[in-house]
Design a protein around this ligand. Structure first.
Ligand SMILES: Cc1cc2nc3c(=O)[nH]c(=O)nc-3n(C[C@H](O)[C@H](O)[C@H](O)COP(=O)(O)OP(=O)(O)OC[C@H]3O[C@@H](n4cnc5c(N)ncnc54)[C@H](O)[C@@H]3O)c2cc1C
Length: 615
């Protein structure tokens, strides 16, 4: 196991520079040459590239609308990059310019979209502060050195190169979206304009928002200042350094026993998958590796997981939570369920419990992992488009941001809101009542059933949940035991029969799988945009004429080769899928087969849950 950071210096307090391979202290894979730092050399390259683009645009596009504009906006130095029609085809008369697709983010959703979009049909531009994709399920293993950071990242430029290099990438944050003028405002940390503030504008025809989420602190005082988060590769590296710092500090000569204990008290706030996996990894790291290196202080180490709810891993099958709790107990990891952290200072964590009131514990290092919140750029965008009261950006079933033309949102930054049957019940009735008789026969219902089930997948889910094979069973159940041929329903009876189907509408979980599937689905829609005009593949529209151009996301075949590239996980996933444990003992015995320490084993538990549709 890797104990010392690659720079060879443990806990030197140096914050890693932001983003990029240099920042991660990793080298890009073979065949790609990345600079070791984003120092002036890289800035110059970026600036040169930018100015080169500008010069080219000027040469070929004398008209104002097609110019690359470099201007100083009020407040200074905003570069407007309006190279909307940059492809060569656009320059040939009579050839329609490619539509510009701007993608924000290089995480699970954005990268999968980029990998799958037909970049010969679109002018694709990717903007993200991270020039690599990170395989987040392995982040907890990076905190303890079980896995090297370089093993879990893939440079975005490598992906672009594989696709023939047509896609452009800008390493920058988008800080404002202007849907009215179809522009995004970006800021690069490495500085791209004369003012050096790195701000520039990019316009789009289609915008794909895939910026993920940020850690949610619930505004708890002191969290940002004193706790670690575990969302990015840099976070994992910082945690690793911090753990080592705690061990080194605890061995210093002039510390009393209490202070040593405090320093070696590791607290994880949040009993979700990330917190649990991290606590488990840390336990392995401490007991298998650090105990040998720091034998005099190993007995002072304590790991505590604080969870507000009554149990941990509540999003999974109960057996997994139970197994994890039992395993924690066996391994001496203290679990404080029913405790809400209300304040964090540099040395103590204060929490509240319904029975015990307020209490404080001293700690040496804390990792905050209590779920996800919305990024500021998304909050601002939501306000602009009238979604200010929501938690995440709402899209329809085709992943289009509601009330916002040509803008799509995928992954953790969005929630897909499924249209309810009861919202459209009158239209569904009219749609089915082909002879306008005011009643529906079984045949009329069956003629439109497929379209209804595609448009409202909750209908099929509901039937399955009630072990019904046909909607006729549902109608019979609400109307009494009438013969199938004699069944005829008026609107009230129809409403009655379908009254509960919407209870099965659920938000999709914020997982890598959902994000990747959405990226894949959306790319496919873009690739079939032209074909679908002539041959729409979606269901009949209920409220308007014609068919929807595409199947909604929920009806899309969601089999995504999620872990194909990462063979170790792929194998483990297969392993987990093939064996269905029935109780916590069985889960335990199955997980004990996996040799790599139980941090990895919990991951298997979560993969297994994923196979069952939870994660
Ligand atoms: C430690 C950990 C373990 C996990 N384990 C699992 C697991 O085992 N299975 C599972 O299914 N899920 C797991 N998840 C959840 C999974 O990682 C997320 O659901 C997934 O990353 C969401 O993908 P995304 O593309 O929406 O966001 P992300 O992957 O977070 O990507 C967001 C991207 O947007 C970029 N970005 C951010 N702000 C901006 C901006 N202003 N402008 C432009 N770009 C921006 C980011 O740099 C990043 O490239 C885990 C998450 C964590 C943190």
């Amino acid at each position: 196991m890797w104990l010392v950071p690659e720079n060879g210096k443990v806990g030197d307090g140096r914050l890693p520079p932001k983003t990029a391979f240099s920042a991660l202290n990793v080298s890009p894979p073979l065949g790609i040459s990345f600079p070791n730092s984003f120092s002036p050399r890289w800035r110059m390259r970026f600036a040169a590239f930018f100015l080169d683009g500008a010069a080219r645009a000027y040469r070929h596009r004398p008209t104002f609308s097609k110019l690359v504009l470099v201007f100083a906006a009020s407040g200074g130095g905003l570069v407007a990059y309006a190279d909307a029609r940059a492809d060569a085809a656009a320059e040939s008369p009579g050839v329609a310019p490619k539509k510009k697709v701007v993608v924000l983010g290089t995480g699970w959703a954005g990268t999968t979209f980029v990998k799958n979009i037909d970049s010969s049909s679109y002018d694709v531009q990717v903007i993200s502060p991270r020039n690599y994709f990170a395989f987040t399920p392995l982040l907890p293993s990076v905190t303890c050195g079980t896995v090297e950071p370089r093993s879990i990242v893939e440079p975005i430029r490598k992906i672009i190169t594989k696709k023939g290099g047509e896609i452009k990438f800008w390493e920058a944050d988008c800080f404002k979206i202007d849907p009215e003028n179809k522009k995004v405002y970006c800021r690069s940390d490495i500085g791209t304009n004369l003012e050096g503030n790195g701000e520039f504008l990019v316009d789009y025809d289609y915008l794909v928002i895939a910026v993920g989420a940020r850690a949610n602190t619930f505004n708890t005082p002191g969290v940002v200042e004193h706790c670690h988060f575990l969302k990015e590769v840099e976070d994992a590296q910082k945690i690793r350094r911090s753990v080592m710092d705690c061990f080194e500090r605890a061995t210093l000569p002039d510390l009393d026993e209490e202070e040593r204990k405090r320093t070696l008290h590791f607290v994880v706030v949040g009993g979700g998958p990330t917190g649990v996996e991290f606590a488990a990894e840390l336990h392995d790291f401490v007991s298998e590796d650090l105990a040998k290196l720091y034998p005099t202080i190993q007995d002072l180490v304590k790991i505590t997981v604080i969870e507000h709810g009554e149990h941990i891993l509540t999003m999974f099958d109960k057996r997994i939570g139970k197994f994890a709790e039992e395993k924690f107990q066996r391994d001496g990891i203290e679990l404080k369920t029913g405790f809400k952290v209300v304040k964090v200072s540099d040395k103590t964590i204060t929490m509240e419990n319904a029975l015990h009131g307020e209490s404080s514990v001293p700690y040496g290092m804390a990792v905050w992992s209590t779920g996800i919140g919305t990024r500021p750029v998304i909050l601002d965008f939501m306000k602009q488009i009238g979604q200010g009261n929501r938690r995440a950006l709402a899209t329809d079933e085709w992943l289009r941001v509601r009330e916002c033309e040509d803008v799509y949102a995928i992954g953790d930054c969005a929630t897909m809101s499924q249209r309810k049957v009861m919202e459209d019940i009158m239209e569904i009735f009219r749609f089915a009542d082909k002879d306008n008789s005011g009643t529906l026969t079984v045949k009329e219902i069956q003629d439109v059933l497929e379209d209804i089930c595609i448009r409202y997948p909750q209908v099929e889910l509901y039937l399955k949940s009630k072990q019904m094979s046909d909607i006729v069973d549902l109608i019979k159940a609400s109307k009494g035991d009438v013969k199938k041929e004699a069944l005829e329903l008026n609107i009230e009876e129809f409403k009655n029969a379908l009254a509960n189907v919407d209870s099965l509408v659920k938000n999709l979980p914020a997982t890598a799988q959902v994000a990747a599937q959405q990226g894949n689905y959306l790319a496919r829609c873009f690739n079939r945009m032209k074909d679908s005009e002539e041959k729409p593949e979606g269901p009949q529209r209920i409220t308007k004429m014609g068919r929807h151009r595409f199947l909604p996301f929920s009806s899309f075949d969601l089999t995504y080769p999620f872990l194909e590239d990462i063979s170790i996980l792929g194998n483990l996933l297969l392993w987990a899928e093939n064996k269905q444990p029935h109780n916590s003992q069985e889960i335990g015995s199955l997980l004990d087969i996996v040799p790599n320490g139980y941090g990895t084993q919990y991951m298997q538990a979560s993969k297994s849950a994923g196979a069952q549709g939870h994660w």
